[in-house]
Design a protein around this ligand. Sequence first.
Ligand code: NAD
Ligand code: GLY
Length: 359
Amino acid sequence: MRTLNVAAPSHQYPIFIGENLLSQAGSILKPYLTKKAAIITNETIAPLYLNTLQTALASEDIDCFNIILPDGEQYKNWETLNLIFDGLMENRAERKTTLIALGGGVIGDIVGFAAATYQRGAPFIQIPTTLLSQVDSSVGGKTAINHPLGKNMIGAFYQPQAVLADLNTLSTLPSRELSAGMAEVIKYGALGDSAFLSWLEQNISELMQQNKALLADAVYHCCKMKADIVAQDETEQGIRAWLNLGHTFGHAIEAEMGYGVWLHGEAVAAGMVLACRLSEALGRLNANDTDRMISLIQKANLPTTPPKFAFEKWIAHMQHDKKVSSGVMRFIALNRLGEANITEITDTAVLKQAITPYL
Ligand code: NAD
Ligand code: GLY
């Protein structure tokens, strides 16, 4: 097992990464748990992993109850959030009851938001079971639900007490979901680490075949990069926005197509290609670098072109982005592969240039 520390200004906590950790979750997480805990998961993950986690926690005398939610991005909303509150109230959860998120990014984000708001703040623990959630969403304390008009629009910055990433849970992940997670892995290389990007290019086929040692290296590396960024900029006043590479375009795709139609990682993959095209239009990146990104994204079995919809719709969605400030849209562009920047776009002509080939 490898351990990392996230030194966020509001709260420091460990990330545990390794194989077969779920069955040892009781002893590993005991120092971060309260006497009573709610395990919150969904209908797909419960039959796979709930029993193992319950047994592990019972062995340390943690008093647990479960809340099982419907599965899917389309349920990351107020109604499902309320199901969590119903379960907490019915089971007499207190302010010191720990909420345990067992699942992917959807479960992690909605449970984190429930924890941030239940009785004005209950402790929570992330047990991410998808590649995407292990490399990204479980770390850093962004919690949220979607609004029909915009992705992750309602939420809070609220850090977990600990994160436990068991690589063995990835073995039951559908291949489409593994690919979606790989989009966020590729993102880390493109935004801040060209050596990691080269490493990914060399190892992508083995990673896609779930070579556990390589996956462990990738998860550790991404969590380390994210922990470093979150320690410097917990509430996204500056460099944390780099982690949004491809996301402004990606969130537009998710909202336009209907949540859950394109997976988040798929939308980010096509979004990163558009972010490269925007960087080209700004005169910062050359077309060979975009081709390099396209080739890697394709090897991860991810889309490199967005769905077709009108330019005006792109703009309408992207004007809802959380990076919009004083009405001005801001995008993460690349100076080169491995170096991101935040760019204000006041004239949409440059966006038109980037998007037009895909309309
Ligand atoms: P997800 O949570 O929907 O999980 C993907 C699918 O895999 C679901 O059907 C789920 O039930 C299933 N699943 C999960 N673990 C499994 C396992 N081990 N075996 C078999 N099936 C399993 O999707 P995701 O890609 O994990 O997360 C996407 C979400 O994360 C989006 O809502 C996105 O906005 C959010 N996100 C948040 C942050 C953040 O910083 N908070 C960062 C990136 C993404
Ligand atoms: N996934 C973006 C962030 O955590 O900031």
